[in-house]
Design a protein around this ligand. Sequence first.
Ligand code: G3P
Ligand code: MG
Length: 241
Amino acid sequence: MQIFAHRGSSGTRPENTLPAFAEAVRIGVDGIELDVQLTKDQQLIVMHDEEVNRTTDGKGAIVNKTLAEIKKLNAGSWFSEDYSSTKVPTLKEVLDLLAMRNFRGILAIELKTDKEEYPGIEEKVSDLMTSQKWPFTYWYSSFNMSSLERMYALEPEAHIDFIMGKSEKKPPMAMERGFIKGIHPNKEWVWKHEAEIADFPLAVRPWTINTEDEMRQCLACGVTGIFTDFPELAASIKRNK
Ligand code: G3P
Ligand code: MG
């Protein structure tokens, strides 16, 4: 069972920041997940929400802010004063950190295009990812199937997964498109389909698996991987199973 640090080690560091990704590398995770959005001046930044309100000291939508404006924000104090100098990273800054730390796992890049479409984001991400060689593997994922179709057209060899909630309509959508390799369902979908997971035709990697009980349940039903905010805990549960 692969362990993916969801937004980095986001249970122990401010999510989607360099400290969260550095900590995930230190732990030795199989994979790291992050969320990509596009600023007003067309820069790729790493943040989960479409607004900066929850994870910074600012207010407003990313789509209405320039990178320079976003770089002025404090992205750590909401989590702990230990991270008061932490900034919102660009995707390139995260890639450089992972390369510098010689991360050899999987980087799962989520295109956050389900609420804000960010026209052109797929080309920008693909241009950056293919601009050089990385020591790690990278995957693409999204809740937005159209975004994934665009990504597939740009990089037909890329590993692409579909993220979903609990809807029964979503797995068939993924299965009828041959280029989708796996699904990232809400864990509730997995609990409902536990007996079918082992033979499910696509890889299943649920989110967000944060308690010991959930981690053990995932190990028992044979999911391919999990997204967790507590990768160090997941690694110890997996080691001692
Ligand atoms: O890939 C799984 C996970 O990232 C989806 O949920 O909302 O945390 O991006 P969210
Ligand atoms: Mg995500």
